[in-house]
Design a protein around this ligand. Structure first.
Ligand code: SF4
Length: 469
């Protein structure tokens, strides 16, 4: 296949890939060993009752009867038949889940999932999500972004700022949702129906009342930071993405992510913000704040649950419904936030029901922080059935008392060295070696270290392989 972008003759930079962007989407299905796979982008993880219901229907009628949640808060359907692409796209489009077919793979936006529900944070960034998504879908040039390019919108608590976004917005103190007439919890239905098509005049309106937002935000790209008005934050994020594309074009190395740009390649963020008519001042990038994912339980009038290994049956999925505020937020930690219960009692009752349905609802659960890639039998590259092998807590075969997740580090089981969906920051890597065993390595501060012992990695044997269970 030809390279994604032609190398620029004067740069002479090495291409970092020689293939196009094959990232799966809702329309571009990926052929896996267990059938076709569809990945549906959900900016901010947002779904309405109807949209969530439609996904459950699609899982049962067209796929393998289950739904997977990704590390970006997106949803995947697996085991799709060869001829069901058309019916799937119709279902999704009718539910407002495909606002623009040409943009469906570039709508990669994660956001603080508890924003606006618990009094923490400095802005309801879920509103920024909706506005950024609207702007993304209204511009033709944004279709040049890779399906892996990521926007992270943090309300200031620091939960998604460290998730490796190419463009990150961080709300600063002094801000307020302040979005007169704009969508609040439960408004996603209106959002789904209000997108303009690419290039429409609607793109230049202000349906979410961003002009009424107060406070400031930081926009971060690579090592650069600028302070902008909160009302301009979504437009600033879009301008930053455009600056990246220009830099990637100049570099000519096929970069899909900011970190793939060659060393020394400048991204003129100041110029891009000025061109977008966003007033901005240079700002020092604060040390990336790190806040833990929302713990399962009742938070204010919201319910937070997690899906073990990020996969739920259609029946479990339906247990999330009905949504009291017509809003489900799928989190980047493979969980769900249901905001808007009438009171704590109602929230507690739903939490109990979701525990009965098999969701993780206990903040002390050993399943929290344990993840796994697809593995066998769905992925041909896998050296093991990692989802069957994955166990919470201690990995059998390690020295007594060694628990990979000790210290709160997330643990990720992978069937091969691609380590799909592994966490960002510090984490523990449990990697299949192909001989029925796994290597366990702790990644901290950008370096690796053994979980125990003096060697870089420690090879252990899983419960499945030692006990035959
Ligand atoms: S990490 Fe490897 S085995 Fe696992 S899903 Fe990715 S490619 Fe497949």
């Amino acid at each position: 296949m030809p390279p994604t972008r032609a190398p620029s003759p004067d740069q002479g930079e090495s291409l970092i890939r020689d293939r196009g962007d094959a990232c799966p989407g809702a329309l571009r299905l990926h052929l896996a060993d267990d059938g076709r796979l569809a990945r549906l982008r959900l900016p901010g993880g947002l779904l309405t009752n109807r949209q969530a219901d439609v996904l459950g229907v699609a899982a049962e009628r067209l796929a393998d009867g289950a739904l997977s949640v990704t590390s970006r808060g997106n949803v995947e359907l697996r085991g799709l038949g060869e001829a069901c692409g058309g019916e799937l796209s119709r279902l999704l489009a009718d539910a407002g889940l495909l606002p623009s077919e040409r943009h469906e793979r570039v709508r990669n936006v994660v956001a603080s999932p508890l924003a606006g529900t618990d009094g923490l944070g400095h802005a309801d960034v879920q509103l920024w999500v909706r506005e950024l998504d609207r702007l993304l879908c209204a511009e033709e040039w944004t279709t040049a972004l890779s399906g892996r390019f990521l926007f992270a919108l943090d309300d200031g608590r620091g939960d998604v700022a460290g998730l490796g976004g190419d463009v990150t917005l961080i709300a600063e103190s002094g801000g307020a949702a302040g979005v007169a007439g704009a969508a609040g919890a439960g408004s996603t239905a209106g959002v789904a129906g209000s997108y303009g098509t690419a290039g429409s005049a609607d793109a230049y309106g202000d349906p979410y009342g961003m002009a009424g937002a107060s406070g400031t935000a930081l926009v971060r790209l690579g090592g650069q930071g600028f302070r902008v008005a909160a009302a301009d934050a979504p437009r600033a994020a879009l301008a930053a993405a455009r600056a990246f594309l220009a830099a990637a074009h100049r570099a000519g190395n096929g970069a899909w992510r900011v970190r793939e740009l060659p060393a020394g390649q400048t991204v003129d963020l100041a110029e891009a913000l000025a061109r977008a008519d966003v007033a901005a001042t240079p700002a020092t990038i604060p040390r990336t704040p790190v806040a833990p994912p929302p713990a399962p339980g009742v938070v204010g009038r919201a319910v937070v649950v997690h899906a073990p290994l990020g996969r739920v049956s259609a029946a479990q999925w339906r247990a999330l419904l009905p949504l009291p505020a017509d809003e489900l937020r799928v989190t980047p930690w493979r969980g769900f936030v249901l905001p808007g219960f009438a009171d704590g009692t109602a929230a507690g009752e739903r939490l109990d029901a979701l525990a009965d349905a098999g969701f993780v609802t206990d903040p002390g659960s050993p399943w929290l922080g344990v993840g796994a890639c697809t593995g066998r039998p769905g992925c041909a590259k896998s050296l093991a059935d990692v989802r069957a092998d994955a166990v919470p807590g201690e990995v059998p075969g390690t020295a007594p008392g060694t628990v990979p997740g000790t210290g709160g580090l997330p643990v990720h089981w992978s069937g091969c060295e691609r380590r799909c969906g592994h966490p960002h920051g510090d984490w523990v890597d449990v990697l299949a070696t192909g001989d029925g065993r796994y290597e366990v390595t702790r990644h901290t501060g950008g370096s690796t270290a053994p979980v125990t012992g003096s060697t870089l990695t420690e090879t252990v044997t899983t419960a499945r392989n030692t006990t035959g269970t």
